[in-house]
Design a protein around this ligand. Structure first.
Ligand code: ADP
Ligand code: MG
Length: 695
């Protein structure tokens, strides 16, 4: 007989009864190596056997569990779907058809007369049916039969060769043998404050619940821990960063900024002034500023960036301002370099389109300190760019850059201050996760005196009418962005591409001046076109999303978007942010092809209804989930095992508040009541804390 070894949470799972080295390998495939991993293999759903429905009471689209006898089994080959095994189940009240695709093995698992429990969504095709339902065969001599009756069965993700029962049995054993060893990971105060389960209770209730309510309560408790430690590490790293990184102390009462404000054609809003105050406080402290400036499109962030630059320059330092697109870097440069010269501040533009000779000149000037402020794109990151005294780094539209890129730019100075700006409102939850280590300033209100933006969803049929409207508006002096999803048509997608639309519009409006820009238009040409558009010499600018970020031309008050279904909410919002920058009202027309996709219609209906970027961002996140929220770009969101950033929004806010408060009050975690946290951090997360010696 095998000698019984006392199990700990670190024990290899092969020491559980019924699991040998061979079966253990299957568990490894699920990333389960020791007992603790096993306990944290949480169910992704539950099967509520307390609530077995009569087939006759099942409604279409409802998720239900049904128990019945197999009265018919069949198998067929479908040309499109492959092998199909189907059975008819009866519970005496009605019949339910169940189908499984490409599971020919099931044909031999099922027998007539067998009792079966199935769980899934009810569909209807000639009769009630379930497609690929979860199933469990009940044998007379099934050892677990009594467990079926009146319980809630957790459903786990599986791997070939492991059944749900294998996992349940293993977890049951593990819990029985190690329950007393499961250590609490939250301070008592927090558990009391929220009436949380203890960690033991939570794990028990998540695997063996009495009712569904308990499972959610247990999950929340475990998710809280997960998020709490995440936030705690952010808080610790931030603290460490603040303590260690010292940047130059800047005086903030100079003449340059005063002159700059006097020369501005407008007054800063109270929101802008508040942000400037926050920035100035950072700069005076001698600690490094790491601040995120968040503000909706058109809220006036650039002027704050320039103001901050002037502080650095007046204190004898250089500034680098990086934008994600050439068009935006160019715009910054052209909008500001003359104003800056008036203040005797020398600026330059550095993008990959700048020719080699010019570039080398700029490199030299930067290294001699002859350029105070350089606007640029990724070209700023090149190794040839060496500053004499870089004191401030500004990153515009920060979400377009990876963490490494911003680190590379910062590394070009000797601990420069750091300001990042974003106009893509990010739902609060995500910004807490992504920017948890930054201080955040927010501009909530737009500068006064702007017209409304009216958004209309129109059908292809209404195109003619729209064209007439636009003709009239242009003749009255309005300007139009005409946005297309792609540059060229392709074989795969029959979209209205920019080049084609451009030809079409030129023909439709022979009396108007029409131009085309997109990412493949050469930069000189593009600058010329933007300049002409700005001067009002172009009526209609056909474009792709190259104008998505930053472009600021107040007279353009109409936007037409072809194929709005191709864009996410955040992107649409950015695009629409190009208009509504002048005093008159603006119009955004979405021309929707004949589409019946409810999700798309819902998304567009939010867009028509609201022009609040934060609201739209929340909706976007809800509709698409965190992974897709940022599109395919690198977004740097961590993956949580338990917590769900949409469902657990409130938890995230709670953990953020709690964790930061604890680190504020006890940065080295020396208080007795925080010992649990400290032990846990050192045990489990020491690799994540950049500076473990802080604690
Ligand atoms: P964003 O925040 O999207 O980067 P910009 O900085 O491009 O916005 O500003 C949009 C426009 O608003 C610019 O033309 C800018 O000059 C103008 N602006 C900024 N602040 C004010 C203000 N306080 N009053 C009036 N106009 C302003
Ligand atoms: Mg901007």
């Amino acid at each position: 007989m095998k000698k019984e070894i006392p199990l700990t949470l670190n024990s290899d799972i092969q020491y559980l009864k019924g699991i040998g080295p061979k079966k253990a390998k299957l568990f490894h495939k699920l990333n389960i190596f020791n007992i603790e991993d096993l306990l944290y293999h949480l169910p992704y759903r539950y099967w509520n056997l307390k609530d077995i429905k009569k087939i006759k009471d099942c409604k279409i689209d409802e998720e239900v569990t049904v128990q019945g006898k197999i009265i018919l089994i069949g198998e067929r080959e479908s040309k499109t779907k492959g092998n199909i095994v189907e059975i008819i189940l009866s519970d005496g009240t009605d019949y339910l058809k169940c189908l499984w695709f490409n599971r020919p093995d099931l044909r031999y698992k099922f027998q007539r007369g067998q009792e079966l429990i199935v769980s899934g969504k009810i569909d209807f095709y000639k009769q009630k049916e379930m497609i690929n339902p979860y199933y469990e065969i009940i044998n007379e001599n099934n050892e677990n039969r009594k467990l079926y009756a009146g319980t809630i069965i957790p459903i786990y993700s599986l791997t070939e060769g492991l059944s749900n029962w294998d996992i349940r049995r293993a977890i049951k054993q593990a819990l029985e043998k190690t329950y007393h060893l499961i250590e609490e990971d939250l301070p008592e105060e927090i558990i009391k404050k929220y009436s949380f389960y203890s960690k033991r209770e939570a794990l028990k209730n998540i695997h063996f619940p009495e009712n569904l309510k308990d499972t959610e309560r247990a999950r929340k408790r475990l998710a809280y821990s997960e998020l709490f430690y995440f936030e705690l590490i952010l808080a610790l790293n931030k603290k460490k960063y603040e303590e260690l990184r010292t940047s130059p102390i800047f005086k903030t009462d100079g003449e340059l900024t005063k002159k700059f404000l006097n020369n501005l054609p407008f007054q800063l809003t109270s929101c802008q002034l508040k942000v400037i105050k926050e920035i100035e406080e950072d700069l005076r402290k001698g600690k490094s500023m790491t601040r995120l400036l968040q503000g909706d499109v058109g809220s006036g962030k650039t002027v704050i960036a320039i103001y901050t630059s002037l502080i650095a320059i007046e204190n004898g330092y250089q500034v680098a301002m990086m934008a994600p697109t050439e068009i935006l870097a160019e715009q910054h440069f052209f909008n500001w370099h003359k104003e800056l010269l008036k203040l005797n501040v020398k600026s330059a533009l550095l993008t990959s389109s700048v020719n080699k000779k010019e570039k080398e000149k700029i490199y030299l000037k930067i290294s001699y300190g002859e350029i105070d402020l350089v606007f640029g794109t990724h070209a700023l990151l090149e190794s040839e760019v060496n500053f004499k005294r870089l004191g401030l780094v500004i990153v515009d539209e920060q979400h377009r850059f990876g963490v490494m890129q911003r680190a590379r730019l910062i590394a070009k100075g000797n601990n420069p201050h750091f300001l990042v700006m974003t106009a893509t409102p990010i739902p609060r939850t995500l910004s807490y996760i992504l920017y948890g280590d930054l201080d955040i300033s927010t501009i909530l209100e737009k500068p006064p005196g702007r017209g409304k933006v009216i958004t209309k969803l129109i059908s292809e049929k209404a195109r003619e009418k729209l064209i007439e409207k636009i003709r009239k508006a242009c003749l009255m002096g309005d300007q139009v962005y005409w946005v297309c999803p792609t540059i060229e048509e392709s074989e795969k997608l029959t979209l209205r591409a920019a080049k084609k639309v451009y030809e079409e519009i030129k023909n439709t409006f022979p009396d108007l001046k029409v131009a085309l820009i997109h990412g493949r238009v050469k930069s000189d040409e593009r600058m010329k076109i933007m300049e002409e558009f700005k001067k009002g010499n172009i009526h209609i600018l056909v474009t792709t999303t190259v104008i998505e970020v930053g472009v600021d031309i107040p007279n353009a008050s109409i936007m037409v978007i072809e194929h709005p279904e191709r864009f996410g909410l955040a992107q649409l919002h950015q695009l629409r942010g190009r208009i509504g920058r002048g005093e008159k009202d603006s119009y955004c027309f979405l021309i929707l092809p004949n589409i019946n996709d409810e999700k798309i219609l819902l998304r567009l209906s939010y867009f028509v209804k609201s022009d609040n970027g934060f609201y739209l961002a929340e909706k976007d996140l809800e509709l698409r989930g965190p992974g897709e929220f940022f599109g395919t770009r690198q977004h740097g969101l961590p993956e949580f095992k338990i917590a769900d950033l949409i469902r657990d929004k409130d938890l995230l806010l709670m953990t953020k508040r709690d964790a930061f408060k604890i680190i504020e009050e006890d940065p080295n975690l020396i208080k007795f009541e925080n010992r649990i946290i400290k032990e846990n951090l050192l045990k489990k997360f020491s690799d994540k804390i950049e500076l473990a010696r802080v604690i």
